[in-house]
Write a protein that binds this ligand. Sequence first.
Ligand code: CA
Ligand code: CA
Ligand code: CA
Length: 575
Amino acid sequence: MLRFEYIPIIILCLISICLVANLSNIQCSYAAYSKAPLAPNGPTVIPSNLTVEKITDKLDFPTSMVFLGPNDILVTEKNTGKVMRVLNGQVQNDPVLDVPVASDIERGLLGIAISKHNDGKTYVFLSYTESGNGIDGSDHSANIDPLGNRLYRYEFSNGRLINPVLLLDLNAIPVNGRGEHNGGKILIGPDNNIYYIVGEVGGHRTQAQNIIDGPAPNGLGGVLHITQNGQIVDPDNPIFGKGLPLDVYYAMGIRNSFGMDFDPMTGNLWDTENGPTAGDEINLVYPGFNSGWALIQGDSKDNLLGTGATPDDLVYFGQSSYTEPKLSWVTPIGITALKFLTSDKLGKDYQNNMFVGDINNGLLYRFVLNEARDDISFDSENNNGGNTKPLEDKVVNDPKENQPFVFGQGFGGITDIQVGPDGYLYILSYTGSLFRIVPSSSSSVNSTVNSNSNSNVNTTSEKHQGEQSGNEDTQSNTGNGNSVPVVIQGINGDRSYSPNPITIEKGQSITWYNGDTISHTVTSGVDNKINESGKLFDSGAIIPNQSHSITFDNTGNFDYYCIYHPSMVGEIIVR
Ligand SMILES: [Ca+2]
Ligand SMILES: [Ca+2]
Ligand SMILES: [Ca+2]
């Protein structure tokens, strides 16, 4: 086991106080993200020859998954600390393991990886924030510190995870009192070693966060790699330097991450990284990569953190170096999972594409790599023929620049993406649902629990007619010639629906036309009041270039929003 004793916490606190003063704009940005809800009629994907099937919706805040075999999946649950087995679409009653976790904010049971060995042994690796008193949910409120952010190896045997071996024990005590930035994803690399990504854990500021006069790195804020037995991969030739914990780092300068994967073509590691109020990233993570946090986030030329730092100001160990993100977002999307689709089961066009999820919008993105596979292709031909010109700077300055990459939506915040033994793409949502994307032709009604989700891609609003017929306030009406037009313009706050607000007379109808390039909804209510959402009216997915009409028979003011993109808000005034 590699154990990094807590570096005298008093020193860390003193240093962090100085930093809070200097970087106050960053420190205050915590939890600025929102989690996208599941679309009421289920998620959809853009290609009409593909469809989304629901496997189950019976999980409790699932975070990561691995396949034991076909239709046999192990899923980690963040807050229960349980590893659940989903067999042929059924969540089994008994967990294969139940560990005690601290679960505040981004703490919990976070990562899982699997490695099958020739001797018949199946190792399962788990990362979690281990509870300080053996009870789930013991956190700041109970004044209990977790034991650590820990990486364990288990053996899968007779349906249970047994024989735990603690491989890595990292500090889980935040400097800023918040349970954020614990990372947690685990991968088995092409070299059969373990790759584990951990965030800066609540504001730690060491040289691993590029604080030149800070304490030595303490194992946080990077991609770590060790053998499956918990040994240093190459002790004689470490990437960053000799001695613990420097020699476990594969990459540094990472604020937080919920996703990484190896490109099956090149063996290159790619990750997603989360900025504070700005600067979500996708990176190619080579050995010795320094991502720039806490001095640079996003593209350094944009100076999104306001530090004025350049790559020359960062802390470098050994042969480490800084590289700009392959893509960054000025406005964070809450970027999460990243997975290469290794199979051609969804069509040759999608094989070896990189799929990425987010938590703010519940969107699934598809990226084609360039020929050398060391960059994202911004060729319009590889991106649904979309306008990729604004992306040539590798920065999504306006949320709309995203759109050529959007592949699917309505998943609720995505926590993991994997490829099953069947070659299909599996999407895990914090809402408790697990989906898979399959060719429409192979979709079987029996395995499709939510058949509504399949009808969304190709239907027009006409097929939704009558859905609201039992509603006192509204009814669908697509044939009203006197309907008042509203154009859905895209993700743009209270200017997403135009005009906004819209005023009509009692008995009149409004027809929303989707002039955007991705689907949106017109759903009554506001984000974060899920119980009231869609109670009065809900259009379901209005796909690009389609319309949906609703007649309003009662007076009043009605808030509405897009359930896929909760930042899109509008108001209807019925006189
Ligand atoms: Ca538990
Ligand atoms: Ca970076
Ligand atoms: Ca741009």
